[in-house]
Every structure is written in C-alpha cells, then in structure tokens.
Design a binder for this molecule. Sequence first.
Ligand code: HEM
Length: 151
Amino acid sequence: METTDLVLTILHHLLAFSLAGVIAAEFVLIRNELTPGTLRRLARVDRHYGMLAVLIILVGIGRVFHGLKGWEFYVYNWVFWVKMAIFATVGLLSIVPTIRFISWNRQATASPAFQPPGHELASVRRYIWLEALLFLAIPAFAAAMARGYGL
Ligand code: HEM
C-alpha cells in the first residue's frame, strides 16, 4: 500500500538522520575536554544509539515486506546485503565505546577528578571515527540498491 510505504519511508529517513546525529554528537563530544558533565552527556547520547538502531531495523524490515517493490527485490540483491553487513559492523563497532562510556561515567560520578586513561580514549576515538566513516557508506549502498543495482 502506498500510504504504508510512504509512512515507513518517512520514519526510515528520520531514524537514519537521528542515528547520524548520535554518531556526529559522539564524534564531537569525544574530542572535547572530558569533564564529568561531558562524560555524562556522552553516556546519555549513546543510550539513544541502541534504541534508534532497534527502531531502524524494525522499520527497515517493514520496508522490505510492505514496501512497493516486494521482498524478493531485496533478499536477492547483494547490494542490500552489503548495506546490512555495513550496518551490522557499525553496530558491533559501537559496543566498545558504549562499554567505555558507561564505565567512565560511573568512575566520574564516584570521583569528579577522573580522566579516561589515554589509551582507552585513543581507542574509543578510533572506533567512533571508523563508525562514522562506515556509516557514510550506508546511504550510498541504499541509493544503489533502490535503483536496482545488485540484482
Ligand atoms: C536493518 C536495517 C535496514 C533495513 C532492513 C533497511 C531497508 C531499506 C529498504 C527496504 C529501503 C527501500 C529501498 C527502495 O526504495 O527500494 C531502504 C532505503 C534507504 N535506506 Fe535503509 N535499511 C536499513 C538501515 C538503514 C540505515 C542505518 C540507513 C542509514 C543511513 C539507511 C538509509 C537508507 C536510505 C538513505 C534509503 C533511501 C534510498 C533511496 O531511495 O535512494 N537504511 N532501506
């Protein structure tokens, strides 16, 4: 149905932009001075990542099965699966920063002078940089897939 497809498309785009916003916020915050306030903000922003990722998976699956093209268009399309693999990789990469943010926030709450150890900070910055880079590839594969590349 066209209305279902339209609603799912709108939600899909809003969620994709929100997820991009979360990654961008983490990208910027992690380069700031890491005061207890910034560490709290990082942990809070990161909590939205999981929620948005689950919603985009649900809406994405909705688009596969209730979109105008039919599910066969996607499941036999390798570009669709590359997009899924990149999305899953970004999700896996986000686990390390999430664990660090929770731990840093806990330590900063207990002791306000806490500063994340240099090696942990450097590794989290690398993970977020890689997440952001890979995330940029998702709309490119999405656009190619929507136009029949990969069939
Ligand atoms: C499990 C996760 C996801 C699934 C199952 C999924 C599925 C889909 C489907 C079925 C379409 C419709 C393509 C068409 O019009 O034929 C689509 C479009 C699109 N998706 Fe996703 N998607 C997912 C995650 C994401 C993420 C994380 C992004 C982030 C950027 C994204 C960005 C887009 C864009 C930009 C389009 C529009 C492409 C175009 O029409 O040019 N998707 N997606």
